[in-house]
Design a protein around this ligand. Structure first.
Ligand SMILES: [Zn+2]
Ligand SMILES: [Zn+2]
Length: 213
């Protein structure tokens, strides 16, 4: 089976051992998607950061399991590798978040867009803005939902993708309940879209259902 375009650093839900985070490399650049509180320790020794022309971190929202070690990573890159991190994020309070966690603005560049990437605002919790995105990688198109409790925001994009990275949970709430979207996922699979569950609270339950699509 062909490998997915994104590799996971972790795919647990918010209270799991390894925060949901993924990465890919393109044109000598590293892209890390989300940087939750367990991620810094996972990536610190995993990459030789000196080989990349650019280090990019895409942040979907500011929950701790998605941004909790972002400041630490930026500081590490700045002081150890003398590199400025590109933070790609559309969240309203990202600048304030980095300020109050003691991240000097010289250590990073904040961008709210990227060529080939379109942020999609979604619903997750009432008190925090959250985004997924579509992005082209190696002539393929992926959709990454980030944390979401609904698929409607993404529906205009679903018919034109190769891989769907989707927040799926057994229990629902602030996350998509897998039972509620099985029909949609089945249709997408029939259209050759690869379904990749993430942020999973009960792996046995969710992955079994997805394997039967
Ligand atoms: Zn989360
Ligand atoms: Zn969240």
């Amino acid at each position: 089976m062909k490998e997915n375009l994104l590799k996971f650093i972790g795919n647990d839900s918010g209270f799991g051992d390894k925060n949901n985070s993924a990465y890919f490399e393109q044109n000598n650049e590293l892209f890390i998607i989300d940087c939750g509180y367990t991620v810094f320790n996972e990536i610190k020794n995993r990459f030789d950061f000196s080989v990349y022309n650019n280090i990019n971190v895409i942040i979907t929202h500011l929950h701790n399991d998605h941004a909790g070690s972002l400041s630490q990573f930026i500081l590490y890159m700045w002081f150890v590798y003398k590199k400025q991190v590109n933070v790609i994020c559309n969240c309203k309070y990202i600048r304030e978040y980095l300020d109050i966690t003691g991240t000097p603005s010289c250590a990073y560049e904040l961008k709210n867009k990227l060529e080939n990437l379109t942020f999609i605002k979604t619903k997750h919790t009432d008190y925090l803005d959250a985004y997924g995105f579509v992005m082209n990688i190696n002539n393929k198109r992926i959709l990454y939902t980030g944390d979401t409790c609904e698929l409607e925001s993404f529906s205009p994009y679903l018919n034109n993708i190769n891989e769907l990275y989707i927040d799926l949970s057994k229990f629902g709430g602030a996350h998509l309940k897998v039972d509620d979207v099985l029909g949609t996922l089945k249709d997408l699979k029939n259209k050759d879209v690869k379904i990749i569950p993430m942020h999973i609270d009960d792996k046995e339950y969710v992955l079994t259902l997805i394997s039967k699509l």
